[in-house]
Design a protein around this ligand. Structure first.
Ligand SMILES: C[S@@+](CC[C@H](N)C(=O)[O-])C[C@H]1O[C@@H](n2cnc3c(N)ncnc32)[C@H](O)[C@@H]1O
Length: 398
């Protein structure tokens, strides 16, 4: 493990953020304010690494104790919750990013392309759909979309922010009419539906392991008002780990899925095998502009088993089967606004969703999800969104 070292009696981890490498989609503040602390690579040692791991685990135990107390009824006003994170996260991002990797597996590639897939469906994606659809929004063309909206082009509401986000994908991936596109982890089919509404000859294949989300799309495939009902859309219910198609695609997009991918080498090998020689891949993921990947004990246990947030350089550093030809950083304020809208919608839907079956007491479920939406929603806003946001990558065959 190369990224941890000892310096001046304090455990630091970090390499300076190099702003010039990134095209931020927002006016970024002066990043020099946010540079990680002084590090000295020449002093790194296995002892330093071990001590950093120990401190990361200790921080995780403390975070879990707080999370469990909240889940079990500890009252913390939202404003106090947010204020605490705005105090702690800048210190961790700027000076102790190594402590944001609570488990060894966060720092290493996993054996499988995606770990704990079935558990993830149970804990997250196959939860009662009424709850998820109300939280995410469900409109005639914009179906539930479980990834950030793009607010910087003047969107005034969640639906519009999602349309602007997909418009940006169209531009950056260079989609043209007639393309044959694979959506690797297609959610409820929102992105294929919207893009097919704009391009009358684009064809889409959607891949998703969530049975409930596939059931939603199957209903839309019977609905003449939906673009999913045209012969241009094909649905595959299945695991990313086992994805195989006989045809090759002009374009592949994957939005908000790679936080569930633990092995970029395997994933890119698979994507390359599905891509035409002159094809393009667009990956949009939560990234963090620190040297190491990030996760949290709370999200691993309750929200996204084996979920991780890749560091912003991880994708371009895996240029074996695919190579990154362009990259962008989308400021975290976009996800902050999206998660804030989801939390408001979640709170507003209580009467409808409280009687559904969550396999646990609803009050407990509600507190777990409030903690999740508040935690992530706030972290994206810390440091003005310049550390934790979304990475977008355009890749071609290497
Ligand atoms: C955060 S959602 C994003 C969905 C969609 N791309 C969007 O932007 O709305 C992640 C999606 O990946 C799917 N997914 C996660 N792990 C998967 C796996 N191992 N195999 C297939 N689909 C998976 C989930 O079911 C979900 O639809």
């Amino acid at each position: 493990m190369k990224n941890f070292w000892f310096s001046t009696g304090i455990w630091f981890s970090g390499r300076e953020l190099r702003k010039t490498e990134m095209t931020s989609t927002t006016q970024s503040p002066n990043l020099s304010r946010y540079l990680p602390g002084i590090g000295d690579m020449s002093l790194k040692s296995s002892g330093a690494y071990g001590a950093t791991r120990l401190m990361a685990e200790t921080l995780n135990v403390a975070q879990m104790a707080l999370a469990e107390a909240y889940v079990n009824g500890l009252e913390i006003p939202d404003a106090a919750f947010r204020a605490a994170l705005h105090t702690i996260m800048p210190v961790l991002f700027q000076h102790f990013p190594g402590l944001l990797a609570p488990y060894e597996w966060v720092l290493e590639e996993s054996d499988q392309l995606a770990e704990s897939s079935r558990e993830l469906m149970d804990v997250q994606y196959d939860r009662p759909q009424v709850l998820l659809n109300q939280m995410l929004g469900d409109w005639p063309v914009i179906y539930p979309k479980y990834s950030t909206g793009f607010w910087e082009r003047g969107a005034t509401d969640l639906r519009e922010s999602q349309m602007h986000m997909i418009d940006q994908v169209i531009e950056r991936l260079g989609i043209v009419d007639g393309d044959n596109i694979l959506d690797f982890g297609c959610g409820w089919g929102c992105v294929p539906n919207y893009i097919m509404s704009k391009f009358p000859n684009v064809r889409f294949t959607g891949l998703n392991l969530s049975h409930q989300q596939c059931e939603y799309m199957r209903r839309k495939m019977q609905d003449p008002e939906s673009y999913l009902s045209s012969e241009r859309f094909t649905l595959h219910e299945g695991d990313l780990n086992e994805a195989q198609f006989t045809e090759k695609f002009d374009k592949i997009l994957s939005i908000g899925v790679f936080c569930h991918v633990g092995n970029l080498t395997n994933a890119f090998q698979k994507l390359a095998s599905l891509l035409k020689d002159d094809g393009k891949v667009f990956i949009h993921i939560i990234t963090v502009r620190i040297p190491n990947n990030m996760s949290s004990g709370f999200t691993h246990k309750y929200i996204f088993p084996h979920g991780r947030y890749w560091n912003h350089d991880a994708v371009p550093s895996h240029n074996r089967d695919l190579k990154t030809v362009d990259r962008w950083y989308m400021n975290g304020m976009n996800y902050h606004k999206t998660l804030t809208a989801w939390l408001e919608r979640f709170d507003a839907s209580q009467e409808t969703v409280k009687t559904l079956d969550y396999g646990m007491d609803y009050a407990k479920f509600r507190r777990i999800w409030r903690f999740y939406l508040l935690l992530l929603g706030t972290i994206f806003a810390t440091c003005d969104g310049e550390y934790n946001g979304n990475g977008q990558y355009l890749l071609t065959r290497a």
